[in-house]
Design a binder for this molecule. Structure first.
Ligand code: NOJ
Ligand code: CA
Length: 689
């Protein structure tokens, strides 16, 4: 017997040997993707793109330790379906307007234990989002999640860009292997500077996870709107290519403490047959809630320099007792002068507050108070001096993992920032989270990161978090959350072993950046990092032109020009690109991309008819064939091209660059050589302005 009911979805009931299997099918608004759900012994979903399998039938479910139940056998009590098509404007971003268009299928289910659960699916042309909801009900009030049973079974031995599963760190180099070769322990062992090894096991990986199938599909799995819940790792069964979610536990092994009504984050699958469309997908942002902030006028994208890299490369130190304390009044004044000369918005100062003698490894709870400057740092004078010069200091709050201490000080610390007219804070969570040993990506810490962002908003403070959980698009809801680290950033150029590989920045946009902007800190102009300590062997593995291009290819509304003023002074002609490049955009065109290989992006400056292009390549040199058809037809533009010289090479000749000025139109086509780990940056100014 077969019955069909059409409620914007295709609904089929099939009676098979006595049991009733209910099947649903729903296509995306343009019919490009298709979701199938089947409820039989188990609730199962599958997903396809242009008729090709993306997710093979995979089970859904969740289990609790209190009450002790496993919810995976359901009867369907209600089916709803809606279509949404709306356009919204982000406070800042890569584009001016974002279209949110999907069909939603909402199933209200009753488990065999009489617990109500909803599963909401949103089917987009570029992917799928789904989440579990637990409505208010007499049979479930407070509950403890022990495991989410969500699976993602992919359809083959895909090429995969992955980092090991972890509860605390995401600062890994990427591995590129087939799924059958994922081996997280071996890969992390290859990297001696990583303290935390995957505690989950050899086939656990983190999201955003990027894959490419043999039949040419690009598939990205991640999550959206991670609130009041732990982050998700994925454990792979290599025989069936099935990932099962593995939530980050708390200090005693529980996953999430919830109270009805409650909902999980969205599980996201972004798919396309074009790599460029993965990068332009707005699915994760669309699954996040709009901001509730009424006044967002104080939230400003920014470019900054900082008293920072000189400590990482050994010129200075954070602590006063070291006798080379970097954050002294004179030195910071020098940074302010430099920043003001070139029109930067801010100067980050690390090591300004007392406690750095003792900050790492001792697990002291009260090492910092966030309001007491070192005696050689005249904060009153410097914050005023910065304001007079038209910019602001950026405050640094390293918590050294002592999060309860930070929560106790937070109000005073933010008030202290208000008193000094400082509107941006860089937070940090280096080391073990004390006192209870929570994991960085646990529910407890997720709530902490989000509380900091919301509390900061009440003081009109913007946040850049280091060592937090990987982002999940929450900057739509909390637009003062400008950026975060949450991956291996440029500071790892100074790490032994792999450091930042030439391909790293061609992978990050497909992985870490899918969830939100990164404070990567590009713009290094000095490549052998033994400038101050001759015994150092670390080096930056790019050309100088590629460092410029990263300002475009690594999207962030908060961009640091990371190098020392004296290193910029040696190349002021190239530095001009960093001076000119904006940090907020009306439009973005992903011109060409292949994860692990290359990436070219053009972006249109906010409220101006100027464009900026960045192109990068991995360890292989390439010829970039760039056509400028994104420009207005019939207009003339002044282009300044910053490219690798013919003899440039990251290893032997990173500083060899050429700067060319040209008049171009939408018909111009250029052939540009990208050196090994090289790049090209172009500023294009409408000549009518
Ligand atoms: C790690 C951060 O990523 C880095 O930027 C900072 O300088 C150090 N911690 C010290 O807080
Ligand atoms: Ca870090």
């Amino acid at each position: 017997m077969m019955k069909r009911l059409v409620i914007g979805i295709l609904f089929t009931m099939v009676v098979m040997t006595g049991a009733v299997a209910q099947r649903f099918q729903i296509s995306s608004p343009s019919g490009i993707t298709k979701l199938r759900v089947e409820n039989n012994e188990q609730l199962v979903y599958s997903f396809s793109y242009k008729g090709k399998g993306v997710i093979a039938p995979s089970s859904l479910g969740i289990s609790f330790s209190r009450p002790s139940v496993s919810l995976h056998h359901f009867s369907i009590i209600k089916i709803d379906s809606i279509t949404t098509d709306e356009t919204w404007a982000p406070v800042w971003g890569e584009v001016k307007q974002i279209r949110n268009r999907y069909k939603e299928l909402s199933l209200t289910l009753k488990s065999s234990q009489e617990i109500l659960v909803k599963v909401i699916f949103r089917v987009f042309d570029d992917g799928l989002g789904f989440r579990y909801e637990f409505p208010e009900q007499s049979s479930l009030k407070h509950f403890v999640v022990s495991d989410e049973l969500t699976q993602f079974k992919v359809t083959g031995d895909h090429k995969t860009f992955w980092i090991p599963g972890d509860y605390d760190s995401n600062e890994y180099p990427y591995n590129t292997t087939r799924l059958s070769k994922v081996d997280a322990i071996a890969a992390s062992n290859a990297e001696p500077d990583i303290a935390v090894k995957s505690p989950i096991g050899p086939s656990a990986v983190q999201t955003p996870l990027m894959m490419k199938s043999q039949d040419g599909l690009y598939i990205n799995i991640h999550e959206a709107a991670l609130l009041n819940y732990p982050a998700m790792n994925l454990v792979l069964d290599k025989l069936s290519y099935t990932f099962t979610s593995q939530l980050v536990p708390d200090a005693v092994g529980n996953k999430a403490y919830l109270q009805t009504p409650a909902k999980t984050p969205w599980r996201t699958i972004i798919v396309s047959d074009k790599a460029t469309e993965i990068l332009s997908s707005k699915l994760i942002l669309n699954l996040n809630e709009p901001t509730k902030l009424e006044d967002t006028s104080w939230i400003k994208p920014q470019k900054f320099v900082g008293m920072w890299w000189e400590m990482h490369v050994g010129k200075a130190n954070w602590d006063l007792a070291s006798k080379k304390h970097g954050a002294n009044t004179e030195n910071v004044k020098h940074y302010i002068d430099f920043a003001s000369r070139f029109g930067f918005d801010g100067v980050l100062v690390e090591g300004w507050n007392q406690g750095w003698e003792d900050w790492f490894g001792n697990w002291k709870e009260d090492v910092f108070d966030f309001i007491t400057p070192y005696p050689d740092y005249d904060l009153n004078y410097l914050s005023q001096y910065a304001n007079e010069k038209g910019l602001r200091l950026i405050m640094h709050h390293e918590t050294s993992g002592s999060v309860t201490n930070y929560e106790r000080w937070m109000d005073k610390a933010f008030q202290f920032m208000n008193d000094h007219n400082i509107t941006t804070v860089k937070t940090g969570y280096v080391g073990k989270i004390i006192p209870r040993g929570e994991h960085h990506d646990s529910q407890w810490m997720i709530n902490h990161y989000n509380r900091v962002i919301q509390k900061a908003a009440t003081y009109k403070i913007m946040v850049d978090a280091h060592e937090p959980v990987r982002p999940t698009g929450l900057h739509r809801t909390f637009p003062n959350y400008l950026a975060s680290e949450a991956a291996r950033g440029s500071e790892f150029n100074n790490a032994p072993a792999l450091g930042i590989t030439p391909e790293h920045t061609t992978i990050l946009p497909f992985t870490r950046l899918m969830g939100g902007p990164m404070d990567f800190t590009p713009g290094l102009f000095h490549f052998k990092l033994n400038q101050f300590e001759p015994s150092r062997t670390t080096e930056v593995r790019t050309t100088l032109a590629k460092q410029l291009a990263l300002f475009i290819t690594m999207y962030s509304p908060l961009q640091m020009a990371a190098d020392l003023p004296e290193n910029y002074e040696k190349h002021l002609d190239a530095f001009q690109f960093i001076v000119d490049v904006p940090v907020d955009w009306d439009d973005t065109k992903i011109i060409e991309a292949e994860p692990g290989d290359y990436l070219t992006i053009a972006r249109k400056q906010k409220n101006k008819n100027n464009w900026f292009v960045g192109a990068i390549t991995d360890e292989n040199e390439r010829v970039l064939n760039l056509s400028f058809n994104f420009l207005d037809a019939g207009k003339k533009y002044h282009a300044v091209i910053y490219r690798d010289a013919e003899n440039a090479d990251w290893n032997t000749n990173p500083e060899a660059y050429v700067i060319e000025k040209k008049t171009i139109t939408s018909k111009t086509k250029l052939k540009i050589l990208l050196a090994k780990s090289g790049g090209c940056a172009i500023s294009i100014v409408d000549s009518a302005h």
